[in-house]
Design a protein. Structure first.
Lengths: 728, 414
């Protein structure tokens, strides 16, 4: 390694001499050997532009040249990512359209439609089975509620959800596939969009508003039901003995009761023995029987984590995460469960390094955002729909309408300010952007009519003139002439090109890439670039990555990793092979950062104060130890190889192992405190060991664990849990 | 709700006087309160994140305007749990009814932050910093409240705790505070009471680290881990009748009660509950708000039952960043508003009364023509708890820039 490093240093020296060296770094280089400086520069770039360096990455970046590598990352289309694509191949739903998803993985609303006879059962037998289980479960739930209502006084337990909150409810549609979503959901389209800073843990309430009261004969007869249950259990037991490729067919032929029992057996991530070896598509259907939307969100979360770990287009993934978080939507708000796949894939990722205005418009029109911030329901108070005027082609603007009718129908008939406010506060101007409550209301009027065509069937954006508030709007001192959908586009253009927006976006980028409290001069410089380059995100990032502030000594390892960054970087650092990402996703839930699970529109914080706490540190240390000891299921780690002690090499002593791992996991830059602490444990073990040998002769015994020197895995765990690995 | 000594004494005190307005000295005498400072006083703050709809929580059912402005989401007069002929509890707050009747629960209506912001983020930030309108405040008021407590009893790592994965704004600051998500996972390298070698190594690493942020947190963490191991709070099971609902909030309060019962020296604690931002289909006696209110009140009532006699030294205060529009919006929900309702529960609370001046709901009485106006600053309520219950008289430091004269207190603590 030292030889190799020296060689690279020579190569790099010539490369960096050829290009302009940032002044601060040049200064630094006077003091330190050039190789160390360049290596540190490569490491810093990797720390900031990626989810952490993998073994060998620093060398690779040094070989290419740091600046050239940054430029490459800014142009992800030039980077081959076919290995990642192959990894993502099994996650079929990540490539499906929302319409396909809605059909194959029906939301509670879809099930209601079928139950209420508004839609027919699907003709496909497999799909019918999925629907039937959901319908049976709704029936069961209804019965239980009726039961509960009978047994409690009418005041205390009137509401379905109330009963559920007290623990009487089934864990409903939450399966292991969707482990990320264990923080619960508010099921139907009415879910809260709270700016909570925490996620709620309410039970699933995929509410059924109108259920057919009639029960099937078998449901009315408890004896018969018990008997059915018995046969269903028997069927289930036999299932495991059938070859995996025949199980699907068998389940398809079982009675509805047995199918329900099968679906129930998958609850909470159980029943994996039935699924092992079953062909992929069949497995998906079987999982969907238990939790349709869970299949979609489960695959989505796994794909996200795998992208963070394995994509070669790291900056694109970092920026996709950044923008998703900026334009946050919450996966457990009703049908957003099915909409987020397309939102990230079709709205965010393709524009992650594009023009801000394109991104803003695309999010404004995305069903996921329209649903999350309720805009799809917002209706102008003087719109044809609110006035109760029967549908007719959109008339001339400003036309006087007859007096308003009291709102009797079920249809929404008024403004909803939710999107208007967050658009100004979180997406563009920022909270200090100089707008008033009146502006918020006017913005809400501008966006009336921006709605979703059949949200539960996977429809797209639709401008509905009947919902649109007529007349001019006055936003931030500007008059917006009535022109239907065009009003919103005009406003979005104004917001996207506003200096306040430029400043806010620049600040957030600097917070992500430089420090929690970035220098104002840098933010100003970026904001100027943003305005000059018409919101070209790639240009702004380029300016950022070439700013002296980015390369300042003080920024090196200054950012505390978020849980996602920590988990992904630990897996990357160890070069681990992830066969199953779900256990890692559960770790993120534990650490308070479930993927796609930020309930408030602010998204997750990028700052240290949020992520440094007792709970968090303990979780990280425990995760580090579990990962390096191979105790995270589905993740294979070969620490011995990292330490260079694979057979036929003899296992080196602990001190040499430590030195080797310090290089491979932290690029050799480890604090004296961390190094000495681990060394102390090694030494203590050696002393104890010697002591114990002596004690053995005298018959006294020492606890075993204190005498064993920490093995290679534990040393790796200690390094991954060290203070320096918490930063990037 | 089992009858505790406190309740018994409280009721006998009432019996002596025969009126709701028991003089505080008499109540204290009847309760046989110990000398101030010899016992561990506790303040528990609960944040309803997302802006709870105070008008549908403590319902002004005596206001005709209320029903006029909320045609589809009002709580009908026949459904409210009447308190005093004018206000009534949402039916999902049934678990609060006995607490009210036993005069342990007080209500402050039309209370909150005077800042006009309707941004969740800013308004929560202001209320946690304790300085509405001032963004530069670096620490939270609950942390500052700890600073000058009269008798710093022996230092405990559990003095200030937040139930959750991270330290919230309200508890951040120079006083050590810990975040605890799950007391069973709060250790390194297994739950063996004997410290494991890896735990020692991690401790040494963090103790000596030059990284001040991580060093400080690390130190607090390892102190807490050791204390927790020796106190073993998991052996304290919920008291009979303390039925915590399933879910995050119930879990938080259940574990908080365990920490308090394990005598870990908890002085201030924080828990939060989300799910209040009902822009669409808020519901009325049933539906979204009913569900979250049930979780909220059942958890708090269970916590109270669970604390038993320890409740005598405990005050629980609830707050939310702002209220919601007095009128329902076009989607059978409500948008961001202004003043809200606060609950105050505890041993020294003079409960069974709605405090604060009711501003009314006529158009001319509404704030900016749309929201419930504010008549009680939340700092008045919290200031009283900090000064009179916790015994920290330095309110100028806890709530800088706010003239928190004791004369302004609502005197809801006995």
């Amino acid at each position: 390694m030292p030889v190799g490093r020296a060689k690279f240093a020579v190569i790099l020296l010539s490369v960096s001499l050829a290009c302009t060296v940032p002044p601060l770094l040049a200064k630094k280089r006077d003091k330190t050997p050039p190789s160390a400086g360049d290596q540190r520069r490569a490491l810093h770039a990797l720390n900031r532009l990626t989810f952490g360096p993998r073994p060998g990455d620093v060398k690779r970046v040094m070989t290419i040249g740091v600046d050239k590598w940054i430029d490459l990352q800014l142009h992800p289309e030039k980077i081959d990512d076919s290995a990642l694509d192959a990894r993502l191949e099994p996650f079929r739903t990540t490539r499906m359209s929302t319409k396909e998803l809605a059909e194959s993985f029906p939301d509670g609303q879809e099930i209601n439609q079928v139950m209420n006879g508004k839609k027919p059962m699907p003709s496909d037998a497999a799909l019918r089975m999925v629907y039937q289980v959901q319908i049976d479960r709704q029936q069961e739930r209804k019965e239980r509620l009726q039961e509960a209502a009978k047994n409690t006084n009418p005041v205390a337990a009137p509401a379905e959800g109330a009963t559920m909150a007290s623990g009487a409810a089934p864990d409903a549609d939450h399966s292991a596939t969707n482990a990320a979503m264990n923080h619960g959901a508010t099921g139907n389209d009415t879910a809260a969009d709270t700016n909570t800073g925490t996620t709620t843990d309410t039970s699933e309430t995929t509410a059924v508003t109108a259920l057919p009261a009639k029960l099937t004969p078998e449901q009315q007869d408890p004896a018969r039901r018990r008997e059915d249950q018995l046969y269903a259990d028997l069927d289930l037991q036999r299932l495991a003995s059938i070859p995996p490729e025949q199980r699907f067919k068998k389940i398809l032929s079982m009675s509805p009761t047995a199918q329900l029992a099968f679906a129930d057996s998958l609850r909470g991530g159980k029943g994996q023995e039935f699924l092992e070896g079953v062909p992929l598509k069949q497995k998906e259907i079987l999982l969907a029987m238990n939790n349709p939307a869970g299949v979609v969100t489960g695959e989505l979360t796994q794909a996200k984590l795998l992208r963070a770990i394995y994509s070669e287009r790291q900056l694109e993934e970092v920026m996709t995460d950044f923008w998703f978080n900026h334009f946050n939507v919450f996966v457990d708000k009703g049908v957003d469960r099915l909409l987020i796949t397309s939102y990230e894939r079709d709205v965010i990722r393709p524009r992650a390094l594009g023009k801000f205005e394109d991104l803003l418009v695309a999010t404004a029109k995305s069903p996921a955002m329209l649903f999350y911030l309720d805009n799809w329901l917002s209706v102008g108070p003087n719109s044809p729909q609110a006035m109760g005027i029967p549908p007719h082609p959109y008339g001339p603007h400003g036309r006087p309408y007859p007096p308003r009718r009291p709102n009797q129908g079920k249809r929404p008939s008024g403004l909803n300010e939710n999107y208007g406010r967050e658009l100004l506060e979180l997406h563009t101007l920022s909270v200090n952007g100089g707008y008033s409550q009146r502006d918020v209301t006017e913005v809400a009027k501008v966006f009336t009519g921006w709605t979703i065509d059949t949200p539960y069937q996977g429809g797209g954006f639709k401008f509905d003139p009947r919902m649109h508030e007529p007349g001019p709007k006055f936003v931030l001192g500007h008059r917006i002439k009535p022109k239907g959908e065009g009003e919103g586009l005009e406003l979005l253009h104004r917001l996207a090109t506003s200096p306040q927006t430029a400043h806010f976006i620049s600040l957030k980028l600097a917070e992500r890439f430089v420090s929690d409290d970035p220098p104002p001069a840098l933010v100003d410089h970026l904001a100027k670039t943003f305005l000059k380059k018409k919101g070209d995100i790639r240009e702004v990032l380029e300016a950022l990555f070439h700013s002296p502030e980015f390369w300042d000594d003080g920024t090196y390892r200054d950012k505390v990793k978020t849980p996602l960054e920590f988990v992904a970087s630990a897996v990357r650092a160890t070069g681990a092979e992830v066969d199953d990402a779900l256990p890692l996703i559960r770790q993120l839930n534990n650490m308070g950062m479930p993927l796609y699970g930020a309930q408030p529109p602010t998204g997750y914080s990028m700052k240290a104060e949020t992520w440094v706490s007792s709970s968090a540190l303990l979780n990280r240390m425990n995760f580090a130890l579990a990962l390096s000891n191979g105790k995270i299921k589905g993740v294979k780690v070969d620490v011995a190889q990292l330490a260079g002690s694979n057979p036929p090499n003899p296992p080196p002593d602990s001190t040499r192992t430590l030195a080797a791992l310090e290089v491979s996991l932290l690029d050799g830059d480890v604090s004296k405190q961390t190094h000495d602490s681990i060394t102390a444990q090694i030494d203590a073990a050696a002393t104890n060991g010697a002591q114990q040998k002596q004690d053995k002769k005298t018959g006294a015994r020492k606890p075993v664990d204190a005498s064993r020197p920490p093995d290679v895995n534990t040393i790796a765990g200690l390094l991954l849990g060290s203070p320096e690995f918490q930063r990037r | 709700m089992s009858i505790t000594r406190r309740v018994f004494l409280r009721n006998s005190a009432l019996a002596v006087v025969g009126t709701a307005a028991v003089p505080s000295f008499l109540a204290r005498a009847a309760m046989g309160a110990a000398q101030p400072g010899t016992r561990n006083k506790r303040l528990v703050v609960i944040f309803q994140r997302g802006a709870a709809d105070g008008l549908n929580i403590v319902v002004p059912h005596g206001e005709a305007q209320y029903y006029a402005m909320r045609p589809t989401i009002n709580i009908p007069r026949k459904s409210v749990l009447d308190l005093d002929g004018f206000f009534g509890l949402h039916p999902s707050l049934a678990p609060f009814q006995p607490l009210w009747q036993q005069r342990q629960l007080a209500i402050v209506h039309a209370a909150g932050s005077p800042d006009p912001s309707r941004s969740h983020f800013d308004a929560q930030d202001f209320m946690e910093a304790g300085t509405p309108g001032v963004k530069a405040t670096e620490d939270g008021w609950l942390n500052r409240a700890l600073r000058k407590l009269p008798q710093p009893s022996q230092k405990s790592a559990f003095e200030a705790i937040a139930m959750g994965p991270s330290i919230p704004r309200i508890l951040s600051g120079v006083e050590p505070a810990i975040a605890i998500n799950n007391i069973n996972d709060f250790s390194v390298g297994g739950r063996n009471p004997k410290a494991s070698p890896v735990a020692n190594t991690f401790e040494s690493m963090y103790d000596h680290s030059l990284d001040t942020v991580l060093q400080g947190t690390g130190e607090e963490t390892f102190d807490a881990v050791k204390m927790l191991k020796s106190a073993d709070p998991s052996k304290y099971k919920p008291a009979p009748g303390a039925d915590y609902p399933k879910g995050r909030f119930g879990d938080s309060l259940r574990q908080l009660a365990q920490l308090i019962k394990a005598n870990l020296g908890v002085q201030v604690a924080f828990a939060d509950i989300g799910g209040w931002d009902h822009h669409v289909n808020e519901g009325a006696t049933e539906g979204q708000i009913a569900n979250v209110l049930h979780d909220f009140s059942q958890s708090i009532a269970a916590f109270w039952t669970d604390l038993g006699d320890l409740g005598e030294d405990t005050v629980v205060v609830t707050m939310s960043e702002f209220g919601r529009t007095a009128r329902e919006n076009g989607n059978r929900g409500t948008d961001h508003g202004h003043a809200n309702v606060m609950f105050v529960l505890g041993g020294p609370v003079k409960g069974g009364e709605v405090y604060g001046r009711w501003p009314g709901l006529d158009q001319s009485q509404l704030y900016e023509g749309r929201d419930l106006a504010l008549t009680t600053d939340f700092r008045q309520v919290l200031g009283e708890a900090v000064a009179r219950h916790m015994g920290n008289k330095n309110l100028n430091e806890v709530f800088p820039g706010y003239d928190n004269q004791p004369g302004k207190f609502l005197r809801l603590l006995g």
